[in-house]
Design a protein around this ligand. Structure first.
Ligand code: ADP
Ligand code: MG
Ligand code: ZN
Length: 474
């Protein structure tokens, strides 16, 4: 029996604002516990929340970037539940009237492009954090994160495979980072995703029973968790069983999903409009201003890379997957005229060492990479030496010209010196010389190889070929 997989993702992106959503506390990651708190985010009696304007602006940016409808009047609601990391006993979120609805993004998976719908995006506050002590049966509460602004982005159940889920997640990740509204750090939890997944017999319209997966803190884990859960549900259905609707935790060490007990079991949140906050009005003028200031987005940039630099879709996708990487490429392009070659070099040599988003930490400046490739094109260094120099540039941050000079790596293009070596090699290998002269020109490879050995790879290979041909009388 054939099954079709159905997936919908709920993404929580922590916003990169200076202060929290309803108070002036800082949002920096890693501060000592409970040092970034005040009566408002601690939920003391009698305090009133005041909405951070920047949070609304960020949400509008995302709405515009995903072609979503912006609700000119939207409101906050209280989501009630008890948990020790939630001092107020409710989370301020949005419910019936979120700021954005009916958005869409285009993804590519397995060579196919498709649209994934975004049901809604809304603003809400984050909860605090429990810190468990492994040595003692104790837990601590850190409320620094309480009140940090989040953007929750809920997809339609349009996703049909784990690959598509990861492609969608990466697209939203790229968008929030291009927009500069979230740092997107999955390890630190500033970009989190819950995945809902179900299976249905192929051809059936009605959805099957879904499970919700949590605790996946990397793209890789999202992929693995969904693949595991897809298999698990298929096995149950094939045996004639029924999938139980529940929340499961991905266990990356054991490589499986596990049933979870706790706050997520209680599902009646008794939502109601928050009486402490007035509805949010968004006027046309504000939207227009934000639209004007939007940066170029991943899809647009990808298209431009294809048309302007003549790159393939694959290369353009790769280079525009992170804004830093695209910026790096364009800065290097300014000093180097062959975008295709530059893109190949970045795609292999560079991304082997650094992730697309870590390019900012790379000690090789774009101009230096441009210079290195130019030296290669001009025959000053060989392709092999270029890689050696590049490794050195990565380690020391040095200039390619300096490294080539100091380490004596400049290619030997001095014909006089090379002719002397060519003759030496011929004298030492009379058998190969005879073979060559009898027409077995393949031994040319042997001769050039010998010369490379003698010059420790520095002979200009083209020149070496020419000199041997001349001396051998070929
Ligand atoms: P909840 O109220 O439990 O959060 P939602 O209706 O908000 O449920 O849906 C949460 C996510 O689950 C959405 O991304 C949605 O697309 C997805 N989803 C809903 N039904 C299914 C299903 N049967 N299979 C897979 N995903 C689903
Ligand atoms: Mg939901
Ligand atoms: Zn506060």
């Amino acid at each position: 029996m054939e099954f079709e997989t159905v997936i919908g993702l709920e993404i929580h992106a922590q916003m990169k604002t200076k202060s929290k959503i309803f108070c002036g506390c800082a949002t920096d990651f890693g501060a000592p516990p409970n040092t970034q708190v005040c009566p408002v985010c601690l939920g003391m009696p009698g305090v009133l929340p005041v909405l951070n304007r920047k949070v609304v602006e960020n949400a509008i940016r995302l709405a515009l970037a995903t072609d979503a409808h912006i609700n000119r009047e939207n409101r906050f609601a209280r989501k009630n539940y008890f948990y020790p990391d939630l001092p107020k006993g409710y989370q301020i979120s949005q419910y019936e009237l979120p700021i954005a609805e009916h958005g869409r993004v285009e993804i590519e998976a397995g060579g196919v492009r498709k649209i994934i719908g975004i049901t809604r995006a809304h603003m809400e506050e984050d909860a605090g954090k429990l810190v468990h002590d492994d040595r003692e049966p104790k837990s601590y509460v850190d409320l620094n994160r309480t009140g940090t602004p989040l953007l929750e982005i809920v997809s339609e159940p349009d996703i049909r495979s784990p690959e598509e889920a990861v492609a969608y997640l990466k697209k939203i990740h790229a968008i929030v980072r291009y927009l500069d509204i979230s740092d997107g750090n999955m390890q630190e939890g500033s970009f989190r995703c819950d995945a809902n997944i179900s299976l249905r017999p192929a051809g059936r319209e009605e959805f099957g029973t879904r499970t919700e997966l949590k605790n996946m803190n990397s793209f890789r884990n999202v992929q693995l968790a969904l693949e595991y859960e897809e298999r698990r549900q298929r096995d149950i259905l094939l045996e004639g069983g029924a999938v139980v609707q529940e929340t499961l935790l991905w266990n990356p060490d054991r490589g499986c999903t596990e049933s979870m007990r706790g706050k997520e079991e209680a599902h009646d949140y008794r939502y109601f409009p928050d009486p402490d906050l007035v509805p949010v009005h968004i006027d046309e003028e504000w939207i227009r201003r934000i639209r004007e200031e939007l940066p170029e987005l991943p899809d647009q940039r990808r298209q431009r890379f294809i048309s302007r630099y003549g790159l393939s879709e694959y290369d353009s996708d790769l280079l525009t997957s992170a804004r830093e990487l695209a910026d790096y490429f364009e800065a290097a392009c300014a000093g180097y005229a062959n975008p295709k070659k530059l893109s190949n070099w970045i795609g292999t040599e560079m991304l082997r060492e650094f992730g697309a988003e870590e390019i900012g930490r790379c000690p090789v400046a774009p101009e230096q990479l441009a210079r290195l490739l130019t030296m290669m094109d001009e025959g000053i260094i060989s392709g092999r030496i270029a890689k050696t120099i590049f490794a050195e540039m990565l380690a020391s941050g040095g200039d390619p010209d300096d490294i080539a000079r100091e380490r004596n790596l400049v290619q030997m293009s001095d014909a006089g010196e090379l002719v002397r070596l060519v003759r030496e090699i011929m004298a030492a290998n009379p058998e190969q010389v005879r073979q060559y002269r009898e027409g077995r020109t393949k031994v040319m490879g042997f001769f050039v190889g010998q010369l490379m050995k003698k010059t420790r790879g520095q002979a200009n290979p083209q020149l070496a070929n020419e000199l041997f041909k001349k001396e051998l009388g070929g």
